[in-house]
Structures are given as C-alpha cells and as structure tokens.
Design a protein around this ligand. Sequence first.
Ligand SMILES: C[S@@+](CC[C@H](N)C(=O)[O-])C[C@H]1O[C@@H](n2cnc3c(N)ncnc32)[C@H](O)[C@@H]1O
Length: 282
Amino acid sequence: MFATKQAVASDFGCASASYEGAARLQRQMGDAMLATIAQPVPQSATVVDLGCGTGLYTRQLAQRFGAYTVGVDLAPGMLAFAKAQSKALSKAPSKALSKALRPETIQWLEADAERLPLADQSVDLIYSNLMIQWCHNPQGVLRECLRVLRPGGQLRVSTLLLGTLQELQQAWTLADPHQKHVNGFISAVDFAATTVEILPAAQWRSQMITLDYPTPMALMNELRQLGAGYKDIQRRKTATAPGRLKQMCQNYPQQPCGGIVASYHAGWLEWRKPLLTPLTCD
Ligand SMILES: C[S@@+](CC[C@H](N)C(=O)[O-])C[C@H]1O[C@@H](n2cnc3c(N)ncnc32)[C@H](O)[C@@H]1O
C-alpha cells in the first residue's frame, strides 16, 4: 500500500467520533495483546501507546499500571478526540479512573511513529495496536522502538497481514478489475523476517479472525466509520459508480444462512529488550 501520511491522518481524524463504536476487531486484538503483559510495570515507568487513536488503550494502560502514559498519534483529529474523552472521563466517579486520567499521568503527543521525538532508552513499555500496517516503513518503526526502549523494556505490536479482507478484494477485482479498492498488506513471512532482523528473538504469532456482517455494504460502512477505508495514492478522486458497487456486493460470497464474513489475518509481536550485560574486568 502507498498512502500518504496526510491521507492516513486526515481519514482517521475525520473518523474519531465514530471509531470506538465500530472498533470490534481493534478491541479483540487489543485486548488479546493487553493480556500478554504479565510482568508488572512499575509506577515510575513510562508507557507509550503508539498510534493511540482515540486513546481507547491509552486510558486502559494508564489505569492498569498507574504509570506515566503517553498516547502518540499522527492524526491531530484523533488526539483532539482522545484529549476531550479523557477530560470528560476524568470527572467520572471511579477514583482509579479519574486518577489515571490526570494530566500528570496521561499525555498526548502528535508524532510520526517512524520518527519519534522521544529520547533514547526513555520508555519501559511500548504498546501499539493496529498502527504499524499504516506505516510506509515498518522497519523504521521497529528501529525507533528499539532506540527508545530502556534495557529490559517491553514491546507489544499487533498488525494485519496478507489475507486480510480477501473476500472484499476478490469481489472488487471481479466488479472493477482495473482499479484497486482494498489496502494491501505485507505477508506473514515478510513481516516475521523484518522483525527478527531488527529485534532478535522476538516472539511472533498469527491467527485468522472472521467477523460477521449482514451485507458487504455493512462491512464498507464499518471501514469508513473506523477511518480505515482504501487510502492508496491511486484511489479514485470521484465516487465509485453505483453500478460497480452493486456488482461488488453481488460478487461477495454469501453465507449459507445469509450475511457475509470478512477475514482478518491478525499478527502479534512480543519482544523484550535485553538487559545490558555488565562489563567484566579481568
Ligand atoms: C486502527 S487505528 C488504531 C488506534 C488504537 N491503537 C486502537 O487500538 O484503537 C490506527 C491509528 O494509527 C495512527 N497512525 C497511522 N500511522 C501512524 C504513524 N506513522 N505514526 C503515528 N500514528 C499513526 C492513525 O492515525 C490511527 O489513529
């Protein structure tokens, strides 16, 4: 996929208000990743939610660990929503939540994950749910994580891989063969190879997840509400003709009992930065 950063920031920013209501897959993958952080994170730690979006997991990380937590995102619209949401929730009756959302605990930073304005070895935990697949240079993101993590620091990254939205891709290919309509995804083999090159001994797992929808249009609407529609630089500037859209819907494979499914090839990466080995004197 080649989407400009401007298109990524603008599409996600415009979707900030509808995002959390549509984020079924994002919650499923984010919750699974959160559950892998078994090691206690000390309260003196710094936690980064990379590609935080509306702050769905930034708030959870702050509440769970009580550590200084920074939500980083490229999209100013997402960050404005996250800040407003945090402010509103900080007045909630739950003491733990309102403490976690105080500005001393939670901060928001507009930045590109490929060039983080964070000091070397300054972060104890980086959590990044479904952000890296939007980056031109995933290797650059992993290198930045390697740079800013302290020795012993933990990294959790989730992504989507080749095979994601394959039914939609096939239905569009039949309906509109000369135009791409679905974002491209890196293969599991390529992502795993990139990862181990930069982060030796990283652990990696993947799984096919399917979600049900009543119709292909419901899937298209969900992608729009998430801000996750097709963003390639070659996307049509004008709306797709209704006839093509109708043809895509007719080509989409139906389930025997009605409705459709969409496949998502989910990948999760876990890594811990090695502790520095003490120098020995002979
Ligand atoms: C699918 S949303 C996930 C949001 C959040 N992590 C969650 O689980 O709800 C992807 C987010 O990544 C952000 N993003 C995409 N590319 C980015 C980049 N290069 N640097 C920082 N954020 C980026 C988008 O603006 C968007 O808010």
